[in-house]
Design a binder for this molecule. Sequence first.
Ligand code: SF4
Length: 478
Amino acid sequence: MERTLAPVQATAPVAPRTGRAHFYPDVADAQWNDWKWQFRHRITKLEELEKFLPIPAGERALRADVLRDFRMGITPYYLSLVDADDPADPILRQVAPIAEEYLFRDVGEEDPLGEERYSPVPGITHRYPDRVLMVISNSCAIYCRYCTRKRIMYEDAVPDVEIDRMVDYIAKTPRVRDVIVSGGDPLTYGTKKLESILSKLRAIPHLEIIRIGSRVPVSLPQRIDDELCAMLAQYHPLWINVHFNHPRELTPDAAAACDKLSRAGIPLNNQSVLLKGVNDDVPTMRALCTGLMKMRVRPYYLYQCDQIRGAEHFRTPVAKGIEVIEGLRGHISGLAVPTFVIDAPGGGGKVPVMPQYLLQHDTKNQRVVLRNFQDRLFVYHEPTGRARSVGERSGELDVDATPPITAETTATNGNGASKAASHAGAPAKNGNGKSASTRSNGSAAARVGADGKPVVGKSRWVHRGHSREERVRKANET
Ligand code: SF4
């Protein structure tokens, strides 16, 4: 008997469960674009969040317990960035309490950076010689679960009298030439209140720079209106540090907010925090940094997550940050590469942590061995004041291992290792940053540098298949 196939049923396309249309289909534009409406309608209770996103059975009590320690706040706009189909959504993870936060509620510290130890008056932290942090607000549009200042987050505004004392301290401390106005989030204040503070600061003759730290362009971009920008533009030189963590936060609304601030003459720098499950991989950070550049926001710092209480599940090994930077440096514009820093516990300040590109510094022979982003090694001679012999030539060590410069050169795999390196036969890095490939290339193209000119070097320095240390050692023997 002849068998026939059942007709294929046409299925309606499934709409993505994200965006304003999914979460707030009935809210009119006038409300949605009103920052005060957004602020008033923040989700602050579990039962409100549950209307949009189910909470797994058995976790409700844990999450409620967590909220007794640290409040929740999610603007409707920020919620609209969440993918309701992804239980590990990186946007939601930043602002919603989860069971891991409960598990780690007693791990970490209240004030991991010792801000209060370096506080001459309440609200001021004076740790570096010429600049101070000034905390003028205890409130934010969203509350990030990993926030370093969880300990001060409650809804009350900082009393005016306290703010006046902070201003007074700066006025009486002539060595302070730079203030970082932070919180909480200063841009959650009304424009008049914020102006009253900025005008007092600007009246201090020795105070050169005012910086504002804000996550509002990320969480409440509607707040960046013309009135605010016109007011801020009167207090130059004024800079704003913003805080984008994930490329999905780079929305048209956020871009419009940043554009308004830029047009008011305000340079924008971004400070991200490296967060497990949010942005701890090279492709995500690359998309974030290049996307920020398109919005004229300079990636400034990538912070190692502080040892804050209840945030252990966000922390990554230090090696992860180094791997991320290694996957950026050389692969995208240097302007787009942030500095990876660890804020030293207890008040040591920011310590930059870099991948190692200077492999050897031979002070006797006045030469250094350098590694580039493709893991190629180069000798550079320092000035000696005398002519160098042929054996002292600068240039590439193992020129035959040089991969051709192709479009792939700019791509990296998930480990931050160069795809071009593995495709073209140059040593690809394994998880330890050691040379792993032994395949030879030796093509003519492999001897051409990024500028199209032959690279300087000697093919007798070919040591593929050896560790980086071994390659340096053998180079020194030649
Ligand atoms: S916006 Fe900034 S200050 Fe506010 S909770 Fe997030 S990280 Fe903390």
